[in-house]
Write a protein that binds this ligand. Structure first.
Ligand code: ATP
Length: 442
């Protein structure tokens, strides 16, 4: 029989990681006789929901087992979730969902909604009942939403892979020991097949997280073989406890599906909106850059935050009248008013003329002129000519910006954001079900 196991919401800001529970289950399920029919799936969900811990990831394990082993597998999964979840954290509400057989269409649609919208626990529980799945929820049970979404997320279109390696428990919380030179070599040698290993603007290593979770590093790429080969080039100075390759919707823009008018925007939803810049940018405290854009239905502030680095330079060059398509997450919208679109990407579609009023040149000697006061004309600085009839002139300033697609540097990208290097590499094929031989260790 086919058994799909969804897991979510087990970690907290001070520890744990749902992918680690999944990685530890791989070995245990195989020992019980389960056969994996897909890599463990790491599904990233709507990155704008306020109650996520970090990257809003959920897991699904898809296995084939003898029907008599279903009970022991379920028991093993529940024991692992209970052993590793950070129950003390108020915001940790684990969920486990089991579903056997083919994935019904409504579960796939539900998964799409969880990636690109906000859903309720009631919706999830209704689907669990209707499709005879079974769900175990702890505390407020919110994790059931992500666990069910992971089961429905078949990732039959574009997908990527990530090899996650884990630290020994005695090292959790200590500084990570990785040979950074080996990471840079790996990045150079595998550049076409892996992505977001190193931030090109700052040189920062991006494969190692900074928090207390058990992940030592994660390498993302186009194929399981590519991330495996890349990981073999990275020298860890500390011992690795285990590693597993996940199949994922990371780097695919799976959340950015719907074009909306400004009046249709909803809080915490990802959105794509096309319109014109109505007010040029201003930089606020902290280095964040804000500009205002509009369409026929309303206006909204768009924000490029300080960590987006050079992306803010693009935003600073926008002028009123520029036609743009903005991609991002809606925050702070209350009754349709006062929201901000936190920019993830920006497409400049058409540049307006940037017109400026300047003092005229002297009609006699060509020198620069200065105003003699409002409505009193201009005086030449060089030959002292005075002319009361002269007025300011309109000149067109050459634009430094060109139409095109702009994305913040990798260090500021969401897990789901498709990086520039992946454009043109999207997979259209359904995953074959054949796993690369070395997809986990031990
Ligand atoms: P973890 O590694 O524990 O999964 P995380 O950063 O992925 O950490 P969670 O701790 O899982 O975040 O918190 C996200 C919570 O929000 C989960 O309970 C999940 O079920 C729920 N959730 C995720 N996406 C949505 C959504 N689109 N609508 C409603 N609830 C959601």
């Amino acid at each position: 029989m086919l058994l799909h196991i969804g897991l979510d919401d087990t970690d907290s800001p001070i520890g744990g990681c749902t992918t680690y529970i999944a990685a530890s289950l791989v070995e245990k399920i195989q020992e019980l006789g389960g056969k994996f029919i897909d890599y463990p799936n790491l599904l990233r969900l709507n990155p704008n929901v306020p109650w996520k811990t970090r990257g809003n990831g959920a897991i699904c394990l898809r296995i084939e087992i003898e029907p008599k082993l279903e009970g022991p597998v379920r028991y093993t999964v529940i024991k692992a979730v209970e052993a590793y979840s950070e129950f003390e954290c108020e915001n940790t509400n684990p969920g486990v969902v089991f579903h056997s057989g083919k994935i019904p269409e409504p579960l796939t649609r539900f998964s799409d909604c969880v990636i690109s919208g906000v859903v309720s626990l009631e919706d999830a529980l209704k689907l669990v009942d209707k499709h005879s799945a079974s769900a175990i929820g702890y505390k407020n049970m919110r994790g059931i939403i992500g666990a069910l979404a992971a089961i429905g997320g078949l990732q039959s279109g574009d997908h990527t892979f990530e090899l996650l390696s884990y630290r020994k428990p005695e090292n959790w919380g200590k500084p990570r020991l990785l040979d950074t030179a080996s990471v840079r070599v790996m990045d150079e040698r595998t550049r076409k097949l892996t992505f977001n290993n190193v931030d090109p603007e700052t040189g920062r290593i991006l494969i190692a997280p900074h928090g207390p979770d058990p992940v030592l590093y994660g390498i993302r790429g186009e194929t399981a073989e590519a991330v495996y080969r890349a990981a073999m080039m990275v020298e860890a100075v500390e011992d690795i406890e285990r590693w597993v390759i996940f199949r994922s919707n990371q780097g695919t823009d799976a959340h950015l599906r719907h074009q909306s008018n400004i009046s249709e925007l909803k809080p915490f939803h990802p959105a794509i909106v096309t319109g014109v810049v109505v007010e040029g940018s201003r930089t606020i405290k902290g280095g964040h850059v804000i500009f205002r854009r509009g369409d026929d239905t309303g206006r909204i502030d768009c924000a490029a935050y300080e960590p987006t680095g050079s992306f803010r330079e693009v935003v600073r060059q926008l002028v009123p009248g520029d036609r743009i398509r903005a991609y991002g997450g809606v925050r702070g919208l209350i009754k349709g008013e006062g929201g901000t679109l936190n920019l993830e990407k920006l497409e400049v579609l058409h540049l307006a003329s940037d017109l400026k009023l300047v003092n005229p040149s002297c009609p006699t000697c060509g020198g620069s002129m200065e105003s003699m006061g409002r409505g009193k004309g201009f005086r030449c600085r060089r030959c002292s000519l005075r002319d009361r009839e002269l007025t300011k002139q309109t000149v067109e300033v050459k634009r430094q910006l060109e139409p095109g697609l702009f994305i913040p540097p990798p260090k500021a990208q969401r897990h789901l954001t498709k990086p520039l290097v992946r454009y043109g590499r999207e997979k259209k094929i359904i995953f074959s079900g054949e796993l690369f031989e070395s997809w986990h260790w031990p």
